[in-house]
Design a protein around this ligand. Structure first.
Ligand SMILES: C[S@@+](CC[C@H](N)C(=O)[O-])C[C@H]1O[C@@H](n2cnc3c(N)ncnc32)[C@H](O)[C@@H]1O
Length: 428
């Protein structure tokens, strides 16, 4: 990791914000990991819940659910911001997304956790605020009176600590500052996002022609990078990649042939001013069709027809540059759609895939539903039926990797398949 990345990682992970809205978060443990959580006063989870953990800040309220015994432990207060490897090497390196905690006066054990959690709507990716958070604290306060206080200190001291905290929550005037449900990463190769953005702040400009759905970038960076990593978008357009990276605590550099905002550097993607092997992920949503005119800049590859080979030759220069700047084994995500214009279909996505596969190892291909295109109207749907053509319903997200010395040979692999019987409903 470069010194720049270490510095920024420290800065984005080490800031505690006092006097702001408190949110309640849930962690889970098993019988096996419970004592490590409680003894170390360190709550931890895997990357799946990384997006939740990095949103936790010092002062937030935390609960620990043992899913084997259906017990809920509380109340804890975060004494660090949530982040990656707060204590390196703990939990055998399995649960790297962590937060340091401190009990609020003492630890109370509440039975039948599932019932309590569903009553207050607290889930691992669904924080609670104000009324619901106060309700939960009330349960722990009365739990202590019933004698469920572990590490018994002093009931009076415990109650004072809880009352003080509850007053702070009641008096907080701050607006809710985090999504009610934090998006988890997609599990399948079909992605369908109803909105261009997510969260409470805009990502990119949803009026920009060809703006990328922010959750595509969110999924890419949560799959293939860690907080503090460097992500580059050589064709950044309205800056969606930069905004997503900021929210998800990655470092981003965005370039475009036509800069639309101060933090987008004007540059031709065929020559990227970065060193070899210096970048953790590249994301590109390139021009693909002849129907969008992004700008009149001379080097705008979108002004070359995707029906011509020149278009692919120019984009191949961008592929070459992306490979040069990527570190070994790191990933490039390329979003691209096909074209159908005046009775001619051009499989742009497959042609781009073919060019990419000359230089990179394939990782996967995602089908991304296209919801907000301008032809998504009844008039166009009727025309498509009447004149026997199809409207473009999806784009490809092609994910490829720069080879590394560690890459496994793809030939001669022996696979031991497990075969599953179909059940009565026909599902396996
Ligand atoms: C589909 S848009 C990118 C959208 C962007 N991801 C967003 O969310 O706003 C494609 C972009 O490629 C840019 N572009 C075209 N040719 C370029 C080149 N040679 N170098 C850099 N950017 C280029 C265009 O200006 C346009 O902004």
């Amino acid at each position: 990791m470069s010194t720049l990345q270490v510095g920024i990682r420290k800065e984005i992970m080490g800031k505690g914000e006092e006097g702001v809205l408190k949110r309640g978060f849930l962690f889970a443990c098993t019988d096996k990991s419970e004592s490590e959580c409680l003894d170390r006063l360190l709550f931890a989870t895997g990357k799946i819940y990384g997006p939740v953990v990095i949103r936790i800040r010092r002062g937030d309220i935390l609960f620990l659910n043992n899913i084997d015994t259906d017990v809920l432990y509380g109340v804890f207060k975060a004494v660090s911001d949530g982040g990656l490897d707060i204590e390196e090497g703990t939990f055998n390196g399995r649960y790297r997304y962590q937060v340091k905690v401190e009990p609020l006066g003492g630890v109370v054990k509440v039975e039948k956790a599932r019932r309590v959690l569903s009553r207050f709507g607290l889930k691992r990716n669904r924080p609670v605020f104000r009324g619901k958070l106060l309700g939960l604290l009330e349960i722990f306060k009365s739990g202590a009176q019933k004698g469920d206080l572990l590490n018994f200190q002093n009931l009076k001291e415990y109650e004072d600590a809880m009352t003080k905290e509850m007053e702070r929550i009641k008096n907080s005037k701050a607006e809710v500052d985090i999504e009610e449900e934090i998006p988890l990463i997609e599990a399948t190769t079909f992605w369908d996002f109803p909105k261009q953005s997510y969260g409470l702040t805009p990502k990119g400009d949803n009026k920009y022609a060809g703006v990328t759905p922010a959750l595509i970038i969110y999924n890419m960076i949560w799959r293939y990078t860690e907080p503090g990593d460097l992500v580059v978008d050589p064709m950044a357009g309205s800056g969606t990649t930069i905004d997503v990276c900021k929210e998800e605590k990655r470092i981003a550099i965005g370039y475009d042939i036509h800069s639309t905002r101060k933090d987008i550097i004007k540059n031709d993607a065929r020559e990227i001013p970065l060193g070899d092997n210096s970048v953790d992920m590249v994301f590109i949503d390139s021009p693909y069709g002849d129907n969008i005119r992004y700008n009149e800049e001379q080097g705008n590859i979108g002004n070359i027809s995707s029906e011509s080979e020149e278009f692919y030759d120019e984009l191949e220069k961008v592929m070459k540059e992306s490979k040069r700047i990527l570190k070994e084994g790191k990933v490039l995500g390329w979003l691209i759609g096909d074209q159908w214009v005046k009775n001619k279909f051009t499989p742009v996505g497959l042609k781009i895939y073919e060019r990419l596969s000359r230089r990179f190892e394939p990782v996967d291909i995602i089908c991304v539903s296209r919801r907000s295109q301008s032809s998504n109207t009844e008039v166009w749907q009727n025309r498509a039926r009447r004149f026997n053509f199809y409207l473009r319903g999806f784009k490809y997200l092609i994910i490829v990797r720069k080879h590394s010395r560690k890459s496994e040979p793809s030939q001669g692999r022996r696979i031991k398949w497990a075969y599953y019987d179909r059940n009565k409903s026909g599902k396996v």
